[in-house]
Design a protein around this ligand. Sequence first.
Ligand code: NAD
Ligand code: DAU
Length: 354
Amino acid sequence: MESTHHKSILITGGAGFIGSHLTRLFVIKYPDTRIVNLDKLTYAGNLENLKDIEKKDNYTFIKGDICDGDLLNKLFEQYAFDGVLHCAAESHVDRSITDPLAFVKTNVLGTATLLNVAKEYWKGHFEGKLFYHISTDEVYGTLGETGFFTEETPYDPRSPYSASKASSDHFVRAYYHTYGLPVIVSNCSNNYGPYHFPEKLIPLCINNIIHNKPLPIYGKGENVRDWLFVEDHVRAIDLIFHKGKAGETYNIGGHNEWKNIDIIRELCRQMDNKLGRAAGTSEKLITFVKDRAGHDLRYAIDPTKLSEELGWKPALQFEEGLARTIDWYLENGEWLNHVTSGNYQKYYEGMYGS
Ligand code: NAD
Ligand code: DAU
């Protein structure tokens, strides 16, 4: 087992999609490290995502807000964190279009509050400490039909979500340059996999196929995203957290670009097969709807730095990852029913009508 210098780690947003996979990996892989998961449990946070590890001795859950500086101070005092894995965020682009200030609050103010508490608590003994900020490729803006985002690509965010993430990235780097706080930022492409909240394209369409509901495709479905299985993302974070260099940025992605329409066709094909429906049944559910405002055309990551410097590469082929994801949703109907009841219905009707 890999050793860790970080004996007490704060994970923020550990009850969300990526955060829950990250928390599970760290709790199981590093049994001698205390893992404290601080999560506000917004609509996107769900303790059911962590049922299998919630009783582990090295795991502690705290319900709270990263904007609450007093709480953060208390937690740093109590647990003497030497590492922070910062995942908590408002993460859905469409929600950022309807409520941008919620994104400024958590993503910008929350990140700055956390940075400040870490800087004050670690002041004078930065050695062996690390503030790791989990960010997105959306900060780089949009690509045309060719080219890739590298770590040198200038920031050009276009949605309130990506603008808030870009701002938080800038704050993280500012704390490195101004105060010497040891930080790392990684910018990852679109994740998919189990526990993905069904407001995002893939789980939303899985849920709708199960229920024979329309599959809403924005515009013409020509937008391209670069999809990575969530377990490959959290393995990359683990590697960077332990082997990456403070002050550096790492792009994470697996060269797996799909047009939205093509990925949904592939999803329909696999689901018809698994549900025993005639070929072509689910494709008939595809419905083209009004485009997202400011819809970025294409994202694609160049992960050369991460693969050459740290030896990371994705473990899973996409077809296999998608099959595992579909199987997980089919086997976890109860989880899906819980997260799609109540407020989800209101959100869905507001976004898509019915
Ligand atoms: P998510 O929306 O599934 O989870 C976010 C979690 O943060 C939830 O558990 C929520 O309760 C918690 N949270 C929100 N506001 C909080 C606050 N003020 N205080 C404490 N906790 C709060 O998000 P995700 O998709 O798992 O994304 C996690 C991180 O990874 C985000 O920073 C996101 O920008 C980044 N990211 C996501 C993707 C992706 O494809 N999902 C890709 C690249 C980067
Ligand atoms: O690139 C990384 C980002 O990926 C993360 O930073 C974000 O947190 C994450 O939500 C994701 O952003 P996207 O906007 O790319 O993901 P989403 O699943 O919302 O949409 C994927 C594509 O599908 C996008 O082009 C919009 C389109 N779409 C989405 C929904 C929800 C549809 O066509 N119909 C839909 O109903």
